[in-house]
Ligand binder design. Structure first.
Ligand SMILES: [Zn+2]
Length: 324
């Protein structure tokens, strides 16, 4: 039988997590229960464990850990990090086909020795260090579609030879992208909606994944990219299952389907419910459910489309990748 999609969640994420992010997680988790998604044989649920201090010290300084403890967000941060680490472990060990890790505190702004933006411990970096040390896993492709930059992920993992980081960020800039063989920043127009953004994800993720041939793909997914949520981009709910299809295709082609989705930014409850349900049901090969909110993709200007296309063209050229 096909392996299940693993869902990790802990009630502390909703109770003790950072207020902006925490309020969405319980309704989104309960929506998975109410709609029967968690009862499907394609889905397995586990309560997220806490991560341990030994692993934290592989990523963060003792001073950083002391400061997180003093912040009041330590309990939620520990289960958020543990959620990510367990998701990576289960997928690598073949207990699950893929996984979705809820978090109460996001991770991609947490650096080795500093944190901001509702992030305390770097969830992706902890997952990576655990799999490197416990299982000798070497190559990771980290795709970050949260509209804010993955600065903490670059700081904690950037020097690591096995890490490839594709970092989208909402921007009004036209030409300040960073492109190296392992780090690609995509300053994408804030006014982009599904058409340009999903197309950019497709055109960059698939050929780069084929080049890298990672052992696992991590997707740092922020629904703050939705038009009704607080971050840049104007995505509709339909963009989330569409992006899941692309990430799944890449994972199937290059790493036996090993895809871990880590929840990042976003606070709108209705968006969280439907975006997360849309992603989880795609991961588990269940049909997408209709959303009970008005959600027509916003029409983009010709200028937005042109700028987006040109950024992707330039990156493909610099990386010498074939257009998809
Ligand atoms: Zn964000």
């Amino acid at each position: 039988m096909k392996k299940p999609t693993l869902i990790l969640y802990h009630p502390l994420m909703a109770v003790e997590g950072y207020p902006v992010l925490a309020g969405r997680v319980q309704p989104a988790f309960e929506y998975l229960q109410e709609t029967g998604t968690l009862d499907s044989t394609h889905v397995k649920f586990e309560e997220a464990p806490e991560t341990n201090e030994k692993l934290l010290l592989q990523v963060h300084t003792p001073r950083h850990i002391r400061q997180v403890k003093g912040s009041g967000y330590d309990p939620a941060s520990l289960v958020s990090a543990g959620s990510a680490v367990r998701a990576g472990e289960a997928v690598w060990q073949g207990e699950a086909a893929n996984a979705f890790a809820f978090t109460g505190c996001a991770g991609h702004h947490a650096s080795r020795d500093s944190f901001w933006g509702f992030c305390y411990y770097n969830n992706s970096a902890l997952l990576v260090r655990h799999l490197q040390q416990a299982h000798g896993v070497k190559r990771f492709f980290i795709v970050d579609t949260d509209p804010h930059p993955g600065d903490g992920t670059r700081d904690t993992l950037g020097e690591d030879e096995g890490i490839y980081h594709l970092n989208f960020e909402a921007s009004f800039r036209e030409s300040m992208d960073t492109v190296t063989t392992r780090h690609v920043d995509v300053p994408f127009p804030s006014s982009s909606s599904d058409e340009s953004f999903v197309d950019a994800v497709r055109r960059l993720v698939l050929p780069w994944a084929r080049r890298i041939r990672p052992d696992m793909i991590l997707w740092n997914m922020g629904h703050d990219a939705h038009a009704l949520d607080y971050g840049g981009f104007n995505l509709s709910l339909q963009a989330f299952p569409a992006m899941t299809d692309i990430l799944l295709q890449a994972a199937e082609e290059v790493c036996s389907g090993r895809l871990v989705v880590l929840l990042s930014g976003g606070s709108e409850v209705s968006v969280a419910k439907h975006a997360i349900s849309g992603i989880v049901r795609k991961l588990a090969r269940l049909p997408t459910l209709p959303a009970d909110v008005d959600d027509e993709p916003i029409k983009e200007s010709e200028d937005t489309k042109r700028v987006g296309r040109e950024i992707v063209n330039r990156i493909l050229t610099e990386l010498e990748l074939e257009d998809n």
